[in-house]
Ligand binder design. Structure first.
Ligand code: F6R
Length: 609
């Protein structure tokens, strides 16, 4: 997730307007920043890595000349947060500047083609191909205008993008285009704006036009025009007035970041399907060679590791050890050696316990692999290979979208490994891959159809003093995560364990009305899970079940239930099944009058041991 912005002013300098707009978009990414403007037929550009204020202090982002310009605030996906990778990106001649939010899936092939035609690339980004594609289009047909060249370029790319392009060849225009990344226009009497998000221009105008997927917009000093990318046909769309306050706008109308981030999960999951294949392959090769594999993390990321241990075992027949990072040294420190591989999972890439565990492993010559949401973080610097989970910044303290993204990446990794080890038939591989691709839609369905039900459940149980969360098999990880969410933001003491453990102690707590949340997909554990539900019910527990749609057996036993669409394979089930549990924690916190975005005593990144 990055933020893009562009403006054409009737009077004054664009640079300070861009700078302020990028500040308002900083929640979308903040590892690098850049601006480009046009003045008297020349392109001016400033960019660097670092937060906007830091870069401004060094480079003064306000002193670029010209009434027209574009800007970008970055959250790295391809290429580390370095000056060379910061946007805007230019073509060979330095005549086309592009800012981009999204992921170009076929950038490696396009880059090779363009390099073979003599284009010289300077960055490691996927974005740079766009600048060269536009340049190539103009070179091969000098009669094309800038908008046509951008059309030509975006028709060649696969993936997600919101882009804004300027060129001194047509100094009064910004061309922007969208596919699966947000893009809006802002209109006022004195200026035209394009941006990733409304907050960028909200203090300047509340008159907006939403650009839809598959559309390109041409902004000029005369106004704007929208065209379909597929056939260049004209689209007519009336502006709308938004009545959001700036605070509401940053949260896109949601009352809290946590809810916004829960709702962003379908989009984040789509992004995780755009990983660079060779990193997955490389990591799978390291895992394949390892004598022993430790999956090391804290909190929610540890739950992703726990789920991953089932994925690796079920798909690739690889036994792994999920370990809580703060225990790693004591539990395994001495046994780790050159044949060990550590896969560290940390959305921030900075968690002190995780980094400490990794450092212990490095000292003992083990191979370190990383999965993180922050390129440039400590974890990316100390890992032999890392994968970026591409969730965009998460502002709510409670991890939600970063958890489901981690699960998706880990499932893809397990599939790769399974293929490498010959442990999975092509049919099974195709089947699970097809289901992975459907998950964003399934998660969307869960959110849209089940949220009201979950809200009612939160209301009903808001005074309960303690909760159980139970699951069997891979759903144990989902249950643990449901418990953590409820405890950390709604402050409800909760207990989670594999359902089979109930009768070894915890069941003694159960009495009339005791709420027990069962994560109960229709997998191989279903029959036994029903037995566990009956045990609880016989002691008066109130059963809240997360079930597969149409699971009549569990519906009859449950006091309340929420349904997940059918047909999700067991190894992927934590992704949709955790959604109602995230929503339960959120609505419970709101019911009890707590701020879910700022749970007491917690920080987003825990950098102390
Ligand atoms: C819970 C939560 C924490 C983190 C944990 C690890 O909602 O966010 O439990 O999961 O602190 O953080 P990372 O993934 O940044 O290492």
């Amino acid at each position: 997730m990055c933020g893009i912005f562009g403006c054409i002013l009737k009077e004054g300098n664009a640079a300070p307007v861009i700078h302020q707009a990028l500040k308002r978009l900083e929640y979308r990414g903040y590892d690098s920043v850049g601006e480009a403007t046009i003045h008297e037929g020349k392109l001016y550009i400033k960019k660097d890595s670092g937060k906007i204020d830091e870069v401004h202090k060094i480079h003064n982002l306000d002193d670029l000349p010209g009434k027209i310009g574009i800007g970008h605030t970055r959250w790295a996906t391809h290429g580390a947060p370095l000056q060379v990778n910061a946007h805007p990106h230019l073509d060979c001649a330095g005549q086309i500047a592009v800012v981009h939010n999204g992921i170009i899936e076929n950038f490696a092939e396009l880059r090779l083609e363009l390099e073979n035609k003599g284009h010289v690339f300077v960055s490691k980004t996927d974005t740079e191909v766009l600048a060269h594609l536009i340049e190539e289009a103009l070179k091969s047909n000098p009669f094309l205008n800038l908008a046509d060249a951008v059309l030509d370029a975006v028709r060649k790319v696969e993936g997600s993008y919101a882009i804004a392009v300027i060129s001194p060849k047509e100094p009064n225009k910004i061309i922007c285009a969208r596919n699966e990344s947000p893009l809006v226009l802002g209109l006022s009497d004195s200026a035209l704006y394009c941006a990733s998000d409304i907050p960028a221009f909200l203090p300047l105008t509340n008159k907006t036009v939403i650009i839809e997927d598959g559309e390109l917009a041409i902004l000029s000093s005369e106004g704007f025009e929208i065209r379909k990318i597929s056939d260049s046909s004209l689209v007519v769309r009336e502006p709308k007035i938004v009545d959001w306050t700036p605070e509401m706008a940053v949260k896109q109308g949601y009352p809290h970041f946590m809810l916004k981030e829960i709702h962003e999960q379908p989009a984040c999951l789509r992004n995780t399907l755009r990983l660079q294949e060779h990193y997955l392959d490389l990591m799978a090769t390291f895992l394949d060679r390892a004598k022993e594999v430790f999956l090391v993390a804290c909190g929610t990321s540890y739950h992703a590791c726990l789920a991953a241990s089932y994925m690796f075992s079920k798909l690739a027949y690889l036994a792994t050890y999920p370990v809580i990072a703060s225990e790693f040294m004591e539990q395994h420190g001495k046994s780790v050696n050159i044949d060990s591989t550590i896969l560290a999972v940390s959305q921030s890439g900075e968690t002190a316990d995780t980094i400490a565990a990794v450092n212990v492993a490095r000292q003992r010559a083990a191979t370190v692999l990383g999965l993180t949401n922050v390129i440039g973080s400590t974890l990316t610097r100390i890992s032999r290979v890392y994968i970026s989970q591409q969730s965009g910044p998460e502002i709510g303290v409670a991890a939600t979208k970063t958890f489901t993204s981690q699960l998706s990446v880990l499932a893809q990794l397990a599939l790769r490994l399974a293929k490498k080890r010959g442990k999975i038939s092509q049919d099974e591989m195709d089947f699970i891959e097809a289901k992975l691709k459907k998950l964003p839609d399934i998660v969307e369905t869960v959110i849209t159809t089940q949220e009201e039900k979950v809200k009612a459940i939160a209301k009903k149980y808001k005074d309960s003093k303690v909760f159980f969360f139970l699951g069997r098999g891979i759903s144990t990880a989902t249950a643990y995560e449901g418990r953590l969410k409820l405890m950390e933001i709604a402050y409800v003491p909760s207990i989670a364990f594999p359902a089979g453990e109930s009768k070894h102690g915890p069941i003694s707590l159960v009495e009339e009305g005791f709420p027990v949340v069962f994560v109960c997909p229709k997998d191989d554990t279903h029959k036994t899970a029903i037995g566990n539900i009956m045990e609880m019910k016989a002691r008066g527990a109130s059963i809240i079940a997360v079930i597969e749609e149409g699971d009549e057996e569990v519906k009859r036993l449950a006091d309340d239930y929420v349904e997940i669409p059918k047909g999700v394979p067991d190894v992927l089930s934590p992704i949709p099944f955790v959604i109602p549990l995230q929503l339960l924690a959120y609505h419970m916190a709101v019911e009890k009058g707590y701020d879910p975005d700022k749970p007491r005593n917690l920080a987003k990144s825990v950098t102390v041991k």
